[in-house]
Write a protein that binds this ligand. Structure first.
Ligand code: NAD
Length: 333
């Protein structure tokens, strides 16, 4: 049995709560939010104590692990403090805004011999897992290239919903680090890693609303050769299904709300497991599966697959993209 403390009782914390409540070996022992009303509401609903200063939560003896569900700029310091206090940490994406902060998180996990997991839950979708298995099996040959496409809608009301949103200091970027980071992570993971990136960002419809970018495009030089292309925007009329395509020597894999594998002589289609979370259609039940696996790995003494070393790769890609815009050249990642 693991007793969990949740820091940040905003939107995504609800998804963590409902995932945790579906796993019999887990229980929530304490919650924290800097806004007392939010912490008190969670506490009442979950029948557990609350604090408004996270130091009180990470110091609590009965808490084994901490879920970090706060704005981006707080992730690294909260995670490092929790790891130093001997807690395991399951941290929402992005693990940090800057690669150096992410490196310090990884070092703190190693030093304290605790597990640090990053919430890239889409890697756990049935279709993502199947695509990765096929590529790693070698049956469809080498990866030649890939693409990632995110066309979503985040308007003025979304950015008004939290002071930290849309600002360099607190969100650390726009569509790249918040909405499309999952897709960039999937693309990089399925392609076997990236050695250099070059890209551009811009603000279109949200130019008078946010400091950060509302659109980005990039070219990724892959470690195994070949290249991948990427485009993301928050200016679309709707939230379309994210698309990832991986071109291999013997098949083309296309992920959207399902996985389509096109061979020269036939096509296989693998459906995803669709779930409605908080009224939003999600492909897969990623949070629950990721959280369940995180605790199973701790129990069995195995490394969690989406550890800090995995989580940092997307941060390096994003920082590399911003740096490439200044230098006009590919940046090593
Ligand atoms: N994995 C996913 O698919 C997914 C989806 C949505 C959000 N997220 C991530 O979850 C995180 C939170 O996003 P959100 O949409 O829930 O934001 P939110 O603004 O709704 O919630 C953040 C909460 O943190 C609290 N908070 C701020 N400072 C605090 C502090 N010092 N101590 C304690 N609590 C504090 C706020 O009061 C707020 O309740 C972000 O990193 C975001 O990128 C991940």
């Amino acid at each position: 049995m693991f007793t969990i403390g949740i820091i940040g009782c905003g939107s995504i914390a609800h998804t963590h709560v409902s995932a945790i409540q579906q796993i019999p070996s887990l229980k929530i022992g304490m919650v924290c939010d800097i806004e007392e009303q939010k912490a008190a509401d969670f506490s009442r609903r979950l029948d557990c104590p609350y604090v408004t200063d996270y130091h009180g939560l990470i110091a609590a003896e009965g808490i084994d692990a901490v879920h970090i569900c706060t704005p981006h700029y707080l992730h690294h310091s909260m995670a490092i403090d929790a790891l130093n206090a001997g807690k395991h940490v399951f941290c929402e994406k992005p693990m940090a805004i800057h690669p150096s902060d992410a490196e310090n998180m990884i070092a703190a996990a190693r030093r304290n011999k605790r597990t640090l997991g990053i919430c890239f839950q889409n890697r756990y979708n049935r279709t993502s897992q199947e695509a990765k298995r096929l590529i790693d099996s070698g049956r469809i040959g080498k990866v030649l290239g890939g693409k990632g496409l995110v066309t979503w809608n985040r308007g003025k009301a979304y950015y008004a919903s939290g002071d930290w949103r849309g600002k360099w200091a607190t969100e650390g970027g726009g569509v790249l680090i918040n909405q499309s980071i999952h897709t960039l992570d999937l693309l990089n993971w399925l392609c076997g890693g990236t050695r250099a990136i070059k890209g551009h960002t811009d603000r279109f419809l949200l130019a008078d609303t946010i400091e950060v970018e509302d659109a980005a495009m990039a070219n990724l030089m892959l470690k195994n050769g070949g290249n991948a292309v990427f485009f993301a925007t928050n200016d679309y009329a709707a939230d379309s299904a994210v698309e990832v395509e991986i071109v291999c020597e013997k098949a083309v894999l296309h992920l959207d709300d399902k996985l389509t594998v096109r061979y020269a002589d036939h096509t296989d289609v693998i459906e995803n497991d669709t779930l409605i979370v908080d009224g939003k259609p999600c492909w897969g039940n990623g949070h629950k599966i990721a959280i369940e696996d995180f605790y199973r790995c701790i129990e069995e003494g195995r490394p969690f697959p989406i550890c800090g070393e995995e989580g940092i790769q997307a941060i390096r890609l994003i920082r590399g993209l911003y740096d490439s815009e200044k230098s006009g050249t590919y940046q090593n990642t």
